[in-house]
Design a protein. Structure first.
Length: 94
């Protein structure tokens, strides 16, 4: 299958899965798998590439950073510090 048709198919899969209220992360993984399979990549190769990506130190640091930013946002919201920061920023801008 030509690459552009595989790309369109994977985007359609992502949109349909999101319309069915499937988690965005799972939708993206499903779309990536469809893209890989539709472009002619062997299943074994897809798993190997996924393994290498998950093992990569940059990927691990990125995932940890995103998780810790979520934790920080939750802590700031629970303690009321986020509202104080927003008020301070608004005071600086206005």
């Amino acid at each position: 299958m030509p690459w552009y048709l595989a790309l369109v198919l994977s985007i359609v899969v992502i949109i349909v899965s999101l319309a069915r209220k499937i988690n965005i992360g799972l939708s993206m993984i499903l779309g990536a798998a469809v893209l890989g399979l539709a472009s002619g990549t062997a299943v074994k190769e897809l798993f190997h590439v996924a393994y290498l990506a998950l093992k990569n130190s940059t990927t691990i640091i990125l995932v940890l950073s995103i998780v810790l930013l979520g934790v920080l946002g939750h802590v700031l919201k629970q303690t009321g510090s986020m509202e104080q920061m927003i008020k301070s920023i608004n005071a600086l801008i206005a």
